[in-house]
Design a protein around this ligand. Structure first.
Ligand code: DSN
Length: 480
């Protein structure tokens, strides 16, 4: 078999030479990005490192092809190869997740959620409405009837997890379009334990009677019982939509099974492909046969033309995730998150929910007297890349926050294990304990600027780089 590392190295070096012949600064930024990613501790819970095969697949002439429509039913000529790519990506996704139907066109997680919402509205509201009106599609409606239908489509209820409890912007957060297109209510977590309270959620659903219940999260460090969520949805006649963007890798890798696997329980499941699933940046949707025809209308109903080069890379990533070693990787993600959480707890750091059983931990830094923003900045200057995040009922709001979210998928890809994640916790705790709030230009306490003891950032950065040297990113890929 060919030496894939040598091939990858030469492919990238040659590609960068071609790019540099047009805009050398882009070639240089691309080299620098790899150097920076290699040297720092990447702990952003939604990031990962895709394989060279996935990355290389995106750099092709599929980028140049328009292909609005679906496989075999395009609004453009010449889509035979895009059909091959899209059909393969969908087949791999169905097999990987055991889903009845897969739609691989969404460009991002937000696009996937918007497409899913409109597909559910089309299935639950528009379809029966048109049937009652005795017409096949809305073009046959009178202007007056169309106005009435529009009113009904725009008058539906959605119940999703609140942003500060760990939900996503697109789960009905007011400033997001999902909070504007629906009458929304939000469910949260128990104020004492920080855990999802299914009884409170069921009571809210009974009272609110939503058309859609959204389960899933961006910053909740625990597993969800999707069987219970489905029972609640069935009781109130709602469609259950699960956004598994963050934990798709744990579903694919069979860490989340039974009641924790969303596919057998949800009507519609949305996801991204680039987080724990380790594919290209993009989105996709899984659904039951019942919802498939509506989801299939995603482009042009909601989406622009599919990114065929990215669909090709999704096919490659899904194929990778179907290999047995992906299950080991997924289990390592969860084991490493446990080790990281224990590393913080034994050093006296407060964690939302007191721990984790998925891929992320959420530090509450308020007992240290700093904001999430200050913690994020001090860590970044110390070679540790994280993101600040609200904690439940956060007094510092969504901009400054009181939390820092950390995830293990990326560093697990580099091969770190429990001992190294304990070392990572040690480095982080040391930085946080030596960080204090700065002051504004007027001398008032600041929520953004920070002070750190001399030498701590420099020493941590060197220790992070040394640790990362032991776990090379894309070993053998030499861009010198
Ligand atoms: N940006 C993603 C995350 O970090 O969780 C969600 O949109």
């Amino acid at each position: 078999m060919a030496d894939l590392t040598a091939l990858t190295s030469s492919a990238y070096n040659q590609a960068l030479e071609v790019i540099a012949s047009v805009e050398p600064r882009i070639a240089e930024a691309t080299r620098q990005e790899l150097a920076d990613q290699r040297a720092s501790l990447k702990l952003i819970a939604s990031e990962n490192y895709a394989s060279p095969a996935v990355l290389l697949t995106m750099g092709s002439w599929f980028s140049d092809k328009y292909a609005e429509g679906t496989v075999g039913h395009r609004f453009y000529a010449g889509c035979q190869n895009v059909d091959t790519v899209e059909a393969l990506a969908a087949e791999h996704a169905r097999e990987l997740f055991g889903a009845e139907y897969a739609y691989v066109q969404p460009h991002s997680g937000i696009d996937a959620n918007l497409t899913a919402y409109w597909a559910i509205l089309a299935h639950r509201v528009e379809g029966p409405w048109l049937q009652n009106a005795g017409v096949k599609n809305m073009n046959e409606l009178s202007e007056a009837d169309w106005e009435k239908l529009r009113g009904e489509l725009g008058n539906q209820r959605l119940l999703g997890m609140s942003l500060d409890a760990g939900g996503h912007l697109t789960h009905g957060f007011r400033p997001n379009i999902s909070g504007k297109m629906f009458h929304q209510q939000q469910y949260g977590t128990d104020p004492e334990t920080g855990l999802l309270d299914y009884d409170a959620l069921a009571a809210k659903a009974r009272e609110f009677k939503p058309l859609i219940i959204v389960a899933g999260y961006s910053a909740y460090p625990r597993r969800v019982n999707f069987a219970k969520m489905r029972e609640i949805a069935d009781e109130v006649g709602a469609t259950l939509m699960v956004d598994m963007a963050h934990f798709a890798g744990l579903v694919a890798g069979k860490v989340f099974t039974g009641d924790e696997d969303p596919i057998p329980h949800a009507h519609v499941v949305t996801s991204t492909s680039h987080k724990s699933l380790r594919g290209p940046r993009g989105g996709f949707i899984l659904a039951t046969e019942e919802y498939a025809p509506s989801v299939d209308r995603g482009c042009p109903m909601v989406l622009g033309g599919p990114l065929s080069h990215v669909m090709a890379a999704k096919a490659v990533a899904f194929a990778e995730a179907r290999r047995p070693d992906f299950q080991t990787y997924a289990q390592n993600i969860a084991d490493n998150a446990q080790a990281l959480a224990e590393g913080f707890l034994k050093r006296g750091i407060k964690l939302v929910t007191g721990g984790t059983d998925n891929h992320l931990v959420l530090l509450d830094v308020s007992p240290l007297g700093i904001t999430g923003r200050q913690a994020e900045s001090a860590l970044l200057d110390s070679g540790v890349v994280t993101n600040r995040n609200s904690v439940p009922s956060d007094p510092n709001g969504a901009w400054y926050t009181s939390g820092v979210r950390l995830g293990t998928p990326a560093l697990t890809t580099r091969g770190l294990g429990g001992d190294e994640f304990d070392q990572v916790a040690e480095l982080i705790v040391n930085v946080l304990r030596k960080t204090s709030p700065g002051t504004t230009a007027a001398g008032a306490p600041s929520k953004a600027s920070y002070a750190i003891e001399d030498g701590v950032a420099e020493r941590t950065k060197a220790a992070a780089a040394e640790l990362m040297d032991r776990f090379p990113l894309y070993p053998g890929l030499d861009l010198s």
